[in-house]
Design a protein around this ligand. Structure first.
Ligand SMILES: C[S@@+](CC[C@H](N)C(=O)[O-])C[C@H]1O[C@@H](n2cnc3c(N)ncnc32)[C@H](O)[C@@H]1O
Length: 252
């Protein structure tokens, strides 16, 4: 997908908060072999690497645009690689992923698959957004189902593969995991107005729509902005953002 690193960075401070919550779940030990799935532009991967003494960290992403930016953060203990998180190979002491697994389907298979790539005693630590029922998402899905967008998109809709916290807990238990921690948290963002909410989702949830809309991207955004202004006319707007965090360990 054609990710736009600059737009994604617009809300960097807000997007970093869940990363620190995820980092707090990591069992800090020396000499780990670590992978950061969907590492994006790499500055948070750098922070992860700095937190883990003598560890070798790989940032994996399938976007050349994001990896171009990440390159400047590489060091002797941090490398970046182009690849798909859903076909991960190798064995890892820590599989870490902040705000990226929601781009891969079928978590009921993906999570056990990733768990199998942990070494004995290894840890998986994941954060995924679970905000897909927010009004902004309802509005873009509704707009995508209207003409002319429905025809241009060929009926395309992206449905979040993110499961419930109960389902992640069950999946991890069924994998034989230990020290299971699963929770959902609301990050209470305050943005200038509803246009800022549209800008936020333009950097993430709307990306797969944009790549299919070609020259109709601006028109699509304009319709969404108009509906959002009517639905959220206040300034500033409260944008409560729901996210799921989980961590678990593989027994020795
Ligand atoms: C929302 S960004 C998160 C980036 C970073 N982890 C952070 O916290 O800022 C999602 C990232 O996942 C990457 N991504 C999406 N699907 C992927 C896949 N199948 N394999 C690897 N990376 C993927 C995107 O290219 C993007 O860089």
């Amino acid at each position: 997908m054609p990710w736009n690193p600059d737009l994604y960075h617009k809300f960097q401070a807000e997007r970093a908060a869940p990363f620190y919550d995820l980092l707090a779940l990591v069992d800090v030990r020396p000499n780990l072999k670590v992978i950061d799935l969907g590492c994006g532009t790499g500055e948070l991967t750098r922070q992860l690497a700095d937190r883990l003494p003598n560890s070798r960290v790989t940032g994996l992403d399938n976007s050349p645009q994001m990896l171009d930016k990440a390159a400047s953060f590489s060091t002797s203990n941090l490398v970046f690689q182009l690849g798909d998180q859903s076909t991960l190979t190798g064995t890892w002491d820590l599989i870490f992923s902040n705000a990226a697994l929601q781009w891969s389907e079928n978590h009921a298979e993906l999570i056990p698959y990733l768990f199998r790539h942990l070494s004995p005693g290894g840890q998986i630590a994941v954060q995924v957004p679970s905000n897909h029922n927010h009004l902004s998402h309802q509005i873009y899905r509704e707009t995508a189902a209207e003409e002319p967008f429905h025809s241009i998109l060929g009926g395309f809709q992206r449905h979040s593969p993110v499961l419930t916290i109960d389902e992640y807990a069950r999946l991890l238990f069924d994998c034989g995991a230990e020290k299971i921690t699963v929770f959902e948290k609301i990050y209470p963002h305050v943005l200038e107005d509803s246009d800022a909410v549209v800008e936020w989702i333009s950097g993430t949830a709307l990306v797969p729509y944009f790549e299919r809309l070609g020259g109709f991207k601006e028109k699509f955004l304009q319709v969404i902005r108009t509906k959002m202004r009517a639905a959220m006319p206040e300034s500033p707007v409260f944008y409560p953002f729901r996210r799921i965090l989980f961590s678990a360990k593989k027994p020795h």
